[in-house]
Design a protein around this ligand. Sequence first.
Ligand SMILES: C[S@@+](CC[C@H](N)C(=O)[O-])C[C@H]1O[C@@H](n2cnc3c(N)ncnc32)[C@H](O)[C@@H]1O
Length: 191
Amino acid sequence: MGFNPKDHYFHKAKEEGYLARSAYKLKEIQNKYRVIKKSDKVLDLGCAPGSWSQVVLELIGNNGFLLGIDLTPVTLIKPNAKFIAQDIFTFEHDKFEGAPYNCILSDMAPKTTGIAFTDQARSEELCLKVIELSDVVLLKGGFLVMKLFEGGGAGKVASEIKKRFEKLERFKPQATRSISKEIYVIGLRKR
Ligand SMILES: C[S@@+](CC[C@H](N)C(=O)[O-])C[C@H]1O[C@@H](n2cnc3c(N)ncnc32)[C@H](O)[C@@H]1O
């Protein structure tokens, strides 16, 4: 049997104690764009089961702070992290503990229907919501990383990022399954 990237990252995550293989996607993003620094305050949207949060906590160290939000509860317990089980569409602005943040991450994905058009439209809606939040809770000079299902909405999301950030990057990590339509759109340095 040939090399299977799914098994590779799945087993690597188990060996290295990460809650999901997604951890390696964030590591690739971090290696290329350096979006998180020691002592940063980070907002992790769609954080369950918690592998991105694990990577973030390693990077920010004890003096940083992480707020994670997901529909599903997260079981990680760390002194400088707080996790809230809620829908980002109904989450109130004054509840963003630790805001403003140096970096906002969103690995949120809609429940897929298998209908590409619908899934892309919902993914775009999530991204536009995150961009709206970045206006309020992201520091000037801060970074934004969001998962997006490629398709119809990519243009709108990209143009909204370009308006607000010095640079827009699009990145497909190696750890992403090759059949997946997901990419990460990254806003570097909020204006
Ligand atoms: C691919 S998983 C995230 C994996 C996570 N980054 C990790 O490394 O463990 C996508 C998550 O987005 C969450 N999600 C989707 N829509 C959401 C919403 N409206 N509000 C909050 N979380 C949402 C889902 O519950 C799901 O846990």
